[in-house]
Write a protein that binds this ligand. Structure first.
Ligand code: SAM
Length: 228
């Protein structure tokens, strides 16, 4: 992984190295001019192996799937906006992929670019100490990751689930898959709807649903008893 940072002002010809100008039609703020961005990309592009990305709150949402696709690219150019953003001919003319890191507006594209860089870099073989960790992380298989614990086995009265101390690898794998399904169902049901589930996953999901129905019924009973 080789990362280079460039200043758009290097592709200006005027004395003050101006990269922005007032918006046509009036209104607040300044807009990044097409010239410096096009010239920068013309110079930095390495032929067809370059993918140009424009960071923008109006772009497609950045996701783990997108990080995986970008990790397979040879060369990325990430264009970071400022002020009111880029003249719209920049993403259009450069056939850039517009990427958003979320439904909020930041001051500039530098932090979004770092988010993309970090998510992509950790997927490149050799970057993480144990490459399997990125394969079990949340979103890698369409689900949130199972809960994780470390020593001590009991802390402030809270015990680590006993199966994790059992040394039974098959039981641990089953428990982890089931808890990943439970957690995704509770916190991100939208992911669960889209996830590709195996036959075993279907059984685990049914168990989770049964357990939740039983626990809801028990809670209701407790409330009724408390009311009496
Ligand atoms: N006027 C723009 C709009 O309403 O869509 C917002 C411009 S923002 C203040 C300035 C720059 O920050 C953008 O050009 C973009 O590069 C970056 N930026 C801000 N929020 C972002 C987000 N959620 N995702 C990606 N980039 C973002």
């Amino acid at each position: 992984m080789e990362i280079r940072v460039h200043d758009l002002r290097s592709w200006t010809c005027d004395r003050h190295h101006v990269v922005d100008d007032q918006p046509y039609g009036g209104g607040a703020g300044m807009v990044l001019k097409p010239g410096p961005a096009f010239e920068a990309v013309d110079e930095l592009r390495q032929g067809p192996k370059t993918k140009v990305i424009v960071l923008s709150p109006q772009g497609v949402p950045f996701s783990q799937g997108m990080a995986e696709r970008l990790a397979n690219e040879d060369h990325l150019i990430l264009l970071c906006g400022r002020y009111e953003g880029f003249d719209d001919r920049i993403p259009q003319g450069l056939r850039a992929l517009e990427l958003s890191i979320g439904d909020y507006v930041l001051t500039g594209g530098e932090i979004p670019a770092l988010v993309v860089l970090d998510a992509v870099t950790r997927l490149i073989p050799g970057v993480l100490g144990d490459c399997t960790s990125s394969q079990t992380d949340s979103f890698a298989a369409g689900l949130l990751e199972y809960p994780q614990y470390t020593r001590p086995p009991v802390y402030r009265g809270m015990a680590v689930p006993s199966v994790l101390l059992s040394g039974d690898h098959k039981a641990i794998a089953r428990w982890r898959r089931k808890e990943a399904i439970r957690r995704t169902r509770q916190r991100r049901p939208d992911l669960l709807v889209r996830a590709v589930l195996s036959e075993l996953d279907g059984e685990l999901l049914a168990e989770v649903e049964e357990e939740e129905t039983a626990s809801n019924a028990a809670m209701k009973n407790e409330e009724l008893t408390a009311d009496d």
